[in-house]
Design a protein around this ligand. Structure first.
Ligand SMILES: NC(=O)c1ccc[n+]([C@@H]2O[C@H](COP(=O)([O-])OP(=O)(O)OC[C@H]3O[C@@H](n4cnc5c(N)ncnc54)[C@H](OP(=O)(O)O)[C@@H]3O)[C@@H](O)[C@H]2O)c1
Length: 253
Protein backbone atom coordinates (compact mmCIF):
# COMPACT_ATOMS: atom_id res chain seq x y z
CA UNK A 1 0.00 0.00 0.00
CA UNK A 2 1.44 3.36 -1.07
CA UNK A 3 0.36 6.78 0.12
CA UNK A 4 2.66 8.93 -2.00
CA UNK A 5 1.33 12.50 -2.31
CA UNK A 6 -1.13 11.87 0.53
CA UNK A 7 -1.08 13.78 3.81
CA UNK A 8 -1.95 12.13 7.12
CA UNK A 9 -2.55 13.85 10.48
CA UNK A 10 -2.28 11.72 13.63
CA UNK A 11 -3.35 12.99 17.06
CA UNK A 12 -1.52 11.43 19.99
CA UNK A 13 1.34 10.77 17.58
CA UNK A 14 4.39 10.98 19.85
CA UNK A 15 4.32 7.42 21.19
CA UNK A 16 2.49 4.10 21.24
CA UNK A 17 -0.18 3.39 18.65
CA UNK A 18 -0.24 6.90 17.15
CA UNK A 19 3.49 6.92 16.59
CA UNK A 20 3.36 3.45 14.98
CA UNK A 21 0.60 4.67 12.66
CA UNK A 22 2.68 7.72 11.74
CA UNK A 23 5.69 5.49 11.11
CA UNK A 24 3.71 3.12 8.90
CA UNK A 25 2.24 5.92 6.78
CA UNK A 26 5.66 7.57 6.44
CA UNK A 27 7.16 4.23 5.35
CA UNK A 28 4.42 4.08 2.70
CA UNK A 29 5.33 7.47 1.26
CA UNK A 30 2.84 9.79 2.99
CA UNK A 31 3.50 13.26 4.35
CA UNK A 32 2.83 12.92 8.07
CA UNK A 33 1.87 15.50 10.69
CA UNK A 34 2.15 14.25 14.28
CA UNK A 35 0.49 16.12 17.11
CA UNK A 36 0.32 15.63 20.88
CA UNK A 37 0.99 17.85 23.91
CA UNK A 38 4.76 17.57 24.51
CA UNK A 39 6.94 19.07 21.80
CA UNK A 40 10.17 17.29 22.85
CA UNK A 41 8.60 13.85 22.58
CA UNK A 42 7.07 14.79 19.23
CA UNK A 43 10.35 16.04 17.81
CA UNK A 44 12.15 12.91 18.95
CA UNK A 45 9.49 10.67 17.39
CA UNK A 46 9.53 12.58 14.10
CA UNK A 47 13.33 12.48 13.90
CA UNK A 48 13.35 8.70 14.44
CA UNK A 49 10.61 8.17 11.85
CA UNK A 50 12.42 10.35 9.28
CA UNK A 51 15.63 8.43 9.96
CA UNK A 52 14.12 4.93 9.84
CA UNK A 53 11.90 5.49 6.79
CA UNK A 54 14.07 7.88 4.78
CA UNK A 55 10.96 10.06 4.43
CA UNK A 56 11.75 13.68 5.31
CA UNK A 57 8.11 14.82 5.23
CA UNK A 58 7.33 14.13 8.87
CA UNK A 59 6.48 17.24 10.91
CA UNK A 60 5.03 18.05 14.32
CA UNK A 61 2.75 20.56 16.04
CA UNK A 62 2.20 20.53 19.81
CA UNK A 63 -1.48 20.54 20.70
CA UNK A 64 -3.94 19.38 23.32
CA UNK A 65 -6.49 17.30 21.42
CA UNK A 66 -9.24 18.31 23.85
CA UNK A 67 -8.92 22.07 23.23
CA UNK A 68 -11.82 23.67 21.39
CA UNK A 69 -9.69 25.95 19.17
CA UNK A 70 -6.94 23.39 18.57
CA UNK A 71 -8.33 21.42 15.61
CA UNK A 72 -8.70 24.55 13.41
CA UNK A 73 -5.25 25.80 14.37
CA UNK A 74 -3.51 22.49 13.67
CA UNK A 75 -5.48 21.79 10.50
CA UNK A 76 -4.72 25.26 9.09
CA UNK A 77 -1.04 24.85 9.86
CA UNK A 78 -0.97 21.33 8.38
CA UNK A 79 -2.62 22.50 5.17
CA UNK A 80 -0.27 25.44 4.86
CA UNK A 81 2.79 23.20 5.36
CA UNK A 82 1.68 20.20 3.28
CA UNK A 83 -0.96 21.61 0.91
CA UNK A 84 -3.98 19.60 2.09
CA UNK A 85 -5.12 16.60 4.10
CA UNK A 86 -6.23 13.13 3.00
CA UNK A 87 -6.38 11.09 6.21
CA UNK A 88 -7.18 12.10 9.79
CA UNK A 89 -6.39 9.61 12.55
CA UNK A 90 -8.18 10.52 15.80
CA UNK A 91 -5.97 8.59 18.21
CA UNK A 92 -5.32 10.75 21.31
CA UNK A 93 -7.15 9.62 24.44
CA UNK A 94 -6.89 9.86 28.18
CA UNK A 95 -8.08 8.01 31.26
CA UNK A 96 -7.52 9.98 34.47
CA UNK A 97 -9.59 7.63 36.67
CA UNK A 98 -9.60 3.96 37.61
CA UNK A 99 -12.43 2.66 39.80
CA UNK A 100 -16.17 2.22 39.99
CA UNK A 101 -18.42 4.76 38.25
CA UNK A 102 -19.86 5.82 41.60
CA UNK A 103 -16.48 7.35 42.56
CA UNK A 104 -15.92 9.36 39.35
CA UNK A 105 -16.13 13.14 39.83
CA UNK A 106 -17.53 15.56 37.25
CA UNK A 107 -14.25 17.21 36.27
CA UNK A 108 -12.52 13.93 35.40
CA UNK A 109 -15.67 12.71 33.63
CA UNK A 110 -15.66 15.92 31.54
CA UNK A 111 -11.96 15.49 30.72
CA UNK A 112 -12.57 11.96 29.46
CA UNK A 113 -15.37 13.16 27.20
CA UNK A 114 -13.45 16.22 25.96
CA UNK A 115 -10.33 14.34 24.90
CA UNK A 116 -11.77 10.95 23.91
CA UNK A 117 -15.11 11.84 22.34
CA UNK A 118 -15.74 15.56 21.74
CA UNK A 119 -12.29 15.85 20.15
CA UNK A 120 -13.21 13.22 17.57
CA UNK A 121 -16.12 15.42 16.51
CA UNK A 122 -14.18 18.72 16.49
CA UNK A 123 -11.09 17.36 14.69
CA UNK A 124 -13.33 15.66 12.12
CA UNK A 125 -15.24 18.91 11.52
CA UNK A 126 -11.97 20.81 11.04
CA UNK A 127 -10.58 18.13 8.70
CA UNK A 128 -13.67 18.30 6.52
CA UNK A 129 -13.83 22.11 6.49
CA UNK A 130 -10.16 22.89 6.08
CA UNK A 131 -8.36 19.74 4.98
CA UNK A 132 -10.30 17.36 2.76
CA UNK A 133 -10.48 19.66 -0.30
CA UNK A 134 -13.52 21.32 1.26
CA UNK A 135 -15.06 17.96 2.23
CA UNK A 136 -14.66 16.52 -1.29
CA UNK A 137 -12.45 13.52 -0.49
CA UNK A 138 -10.93 12.03 2.64
CA UNK A 139 -10.75 9.28 5.23
CA UNK A 140 -11.17 9.49 8.99
CA UNK A 141 -9.98 6.70 11.27
CA UNK A 142 -10.99 6.81 14.92
CA UNK A 143 -9.14 4.71 17.47
CA UNK A 144 -11.81 3.26 19.75
CA UNK A 145 -11.31 0.16 21.94
CA UNK A 146 -12.85 -3.25 22.50
CA UNK A 147 -13.84 -1.67 25.83
CA UNK A 148 -16.42 0.25 23.80
CA UNK A 149 -18.00 -3.09 22.86
CA UNK A 150 -17.95 -4.80 26.25
CA UNK A 151 -18.24 -4.21 30.00
CA UNK A 152 -15.26 -4.30 32.37
CA UNK A 153 -14.54 -2.94 35.84
CA UNK A 154 -12.29 0.02 36.60
CA UNK A 155 -12.30 1.84 33.27
CA UNK A 156 -16.05 2.08 32.81
CA UNK A 157 -16.38 5.73 31.79
CA UNK A 158 -13.38 5.51 29.45
CA UNK A 159 -15.22 2.60 27.85
CA UNK A 160 -18.40 4.69 27.65
CA UNK A 161 -16.38 7.32 25.76
CA UNK A 162 -15.10 4.63 23.39
CA UNK A 163 -18.64 3.32 22.81
CA UNK A 164 -19.45 6.94 21.96
CA UNK A 165 -16.55 7.01 19.48
CA UNK A 166 -17.99 3.93 17.78
CA UNK A 167 -21.44 5.48 17.48
CA UNK A 168 -19.96 8.81 16.35
CA UNK A 169 -18.02 6.93 13.67
CA UNK A 170 -21.26 5.48 12.30
CA UNK A 171 -23.09 8.80 12.44
CA UNK A 172 -20.25 10.68 10.72
CA UNK A 173 -20.05 7.96 8.06
CA UNK A 174 -23.75 8.43 7.39
CA UNK A 175 -23.42 12.21 7.10
CA UNK A 176 -20.12 12.50 5.23
CA UNK A 177 -20.44 9.86 2.51
CA UNK A 178 -19.80 9.42 -0.32
CA UNK A 179 -16.89 11.89 -0.26
CA UNK A 180 -15.46 11.04 3.15
CA UNK A 181 -15.19 7.54 4.64
CA UNK A 182 -15.21 7.23 8.43
CA UNK A 183 -14.15 4.05 10.22
CA UNK A 184 -12.97 2.98 13.66
CA UNK A 185 -10.42 0.51 14.95
CA UNK A 186 -11.15 -1.22 18.27
CA UNK A 187 -7.82 -2.43 19.66
CA UNK A 188 -7.50 -5.00 22.40
CA UNK A 189 -4.61 -4.82 24.85
CA UNK A 190 -1.55 -3.29 23.18
CA UNK A 191 1.94 -2.90 24.63
CA UNK A 192 2.01 0.88 25.24
CA UNK A 193 2.63 3.31 28.08
CA UNK A 194 -1.11 4.02 28.34
CA UNK A 195 -2.03 0.40 29.03
CA UNK A 196 1.03 -0.62 31.05
CA UNK A 197 -0.95 -1.21 34.25
CA UNK A 198 -2.95 -3.86 32.40
CA UNK A 199 -0.04 -5.86 30.98
CA UNK A 200 3.24 -5.02 32.75
CA UNK A 201 2.90 -7.48 35.61
CA UNK A 202 0.54 -10.00 33.98
CA UNK A 203 1.74 -10.34 30.43
CA UNK A 204 2.13 -14.12 30.48
CA UNK A 205 -1.27 -14.71 32.05
CA UNK A 206 -3.04 -12.23 29.76
CA UNK A 207 -1.33 -13.64 26.66
CA UNK A 208 -2.29 -17.21 27.56
CA UNK A 209 -5.98 -16.28 27.45
CA UNK A 210 -5.79 -14.83 23.93
CA UNK A 211 -6.35 -17.05 20.90
CA UNK A 212 -3.33 -15.37 19.25
CA UNK A 213 -1.20 -16.10 22.34
CA UNK A 214 0.26 -12.61 22.79
CA UNK A 215 -0.73 -9.04 23.56
CA UNK A 216 -0.72 -6.53 20.69
CA UNK A 217 2.14 -4.41 19.43
CA UNK A 218 1.46 -0.86 18.19
CA UNK A 219 2.37 -2.01 14.66
CA UNK A 220 -0.57 -4.47 14.75
CA UNK A 221 -2.91 -1.48 14.90
CA UNK A 222 -0.95 0.50 12.31
CA UNK A 223 -1.53 -2.22 9.70
CA UNK A 224 -5.28 -1.93 10.19
CA UNK A 225 -5.11 1.86 9.86
CA UNK A 226 -3.24 1.63 6.56
CA UNK A 227 -5.80 -0.82 5.22
CA UNK A 228 -8.78 1.35 6.20
CA UNK A 229 -7.18 4.46 4.67
CA UNK A 230 -6.29 2.68 1.44
CA UNK A 231 -8.25 2.15 -1.78
CA UNK A 232 -8.57 -1.53 -0.78
CA UNK A 233 -11.18 -0.25 1.69
CA UNK A 234 -12.90 2.15 -0.72
CA UNK A 235 -16.36 0.65 -0.07
CA UNK A 236 -15.95 0.40 3.71
CA UNK A 237 -17.42 3.16 5.87
CA UNK A 238 -19.06 3.29 9.30
CA UNK A 239 -17.29 0.06 10.23
CA UNK A 240 -15.44 -0.94 13.40
CA UNK A 241 -12.45 -3.16 12.81
CA UNK A 242 -11.64 -5.15 15.96
CA UNK A 243 -7.88 -5.82 16.26
CA UNK A 244 -7.51 -7.68 19.54
CA UNK A 245 -5.67 -10.98 19.08
CA UNK A 246 -9.03 -12.69 19.58
CA UNK A 247 -9.82 -11.20 23.01
CA UNK A 248 -13.52 -10.87 22.22
CA UNK A 249 -13.71 -14.53 21.20
CA UNK A 250 -11.50 -15.87 24.00
CA UNK A 251 -12.96 -18.49 26.30
CA UNK A 252 -12.79 -17.90 30.03
CA UNK A 253 -10.39 -20.85 30.61
N1 LIG B 1 -2.82 0.43 24.49
C1 LIG B 1 -3.96 -0.24 24.53
O1 LIG B 1 -4.04 -1.36 25.07
C2 LIG B 1 -5.20 0.35 23.90
C3 LIG B 1 -6.32 -0.47 23.79
C4 LIG B 1 -7.47 0.05 23.20
C5 LIG B 1 -7.48 1.34 22.73
N2 LIG B 1 -6.37 2.13 22.85
C6 LIG B 1 -6.44 3.49 22.32
O2 LIG B 1 -5.32 3.73 21.49
C7 LIG B 1 -5.05 5.12 21.45
C8 LIG B 1 -3.58 5.38 21.70
O3 LIG B 1 -3.24 4.88 22.98
P1 LIG B 1 -1.78 4.34 23.31
O4 LIG B 1 -1.99 3.08 24.03
O5 LIG B 1 -0.91 4.38 22.10
O6 LIG B 1 -1.30 5.44 24.37
P2 LIG B 1 0.14 6.09 24.68
O7 LIG B 1 1.25 5.18 24.30
O8 LIG B 1 0.05 6.56 26.08
O9 LIG B 1 0.16 7.33 23.71
C9 LIG B 1 -0.80 8.33 23.86
C10 LIG B 1 -0.48 9.48 22.94
O10 LIG B 1 -1.52 10.47 23.06
C11 LIG B 1 -0.95 11.72 23.48
N3 LIG B 1 -1.94 12.38 24.29
C12 LIG B 1 -2.43 12.02 25.51
N4 LIG B 1 -3.34 12.93 25.92
C13 LIG B 1 -3.42 13.87 24.94
C14 LIG B 1 -4.16 15.06 24.78
N5 LIG B 1 -5.01 15.52 25.71
N6 LIG B 1 -3.99 15.77 23.62
C15 LIG B 1 -3.12 15.36 22.69
N7 LIG B 1 -2.39 14.25 22.79
C16 LIG B 1 -2.54 13.51 23.91
C17 LIG B 1 0.35 11.33 24.19
O11 LIG B 1 1.32 12.38 24.18
P3 LIG B 1 1.31 13.59 25.26
O12 LIG B 1 1.13 12.95 26.60
O13 LIG B 1 2.62 14.27 25.09
O14 LIG B 1 0.17 14.48 24.87
C18 LIG B 1 0.80 10.18 23.30
O15 LIG B 1 1.37 10.69 22.10
C19 LIG B 1 -5.98 5.75 22.48
O16 LIG B 1 -7.13 6.24 21.82
C20 LIG B 1 -6.37 4.58 23.37
O17 LIG B 1 -7.62 4.78 23.99
C21 LIG B 1 -5.23 1.66 23.44
Amino acid sequence: MRFDDKTVLVTGGSRGIGRAIGQAFAASGAKVMLTSRKIDALEEAAAEIRESTGNGAVEVIASNAGGIEEPERVLSETVSRFGGLDVLVNNAATNPYFGPLMGLDASRADKIVEVNLRAVLLWSQAAVRLGFQGGQRGSIINIASIGGLSIEPGIGYYNVSKAGVIHLTRQLANELGPQVRVNAIAPGLVRTFFARALWEENEERVSARLPMGRIGEPSDIAGAALFLASDLASWITGEVLVVDGGALVASSR
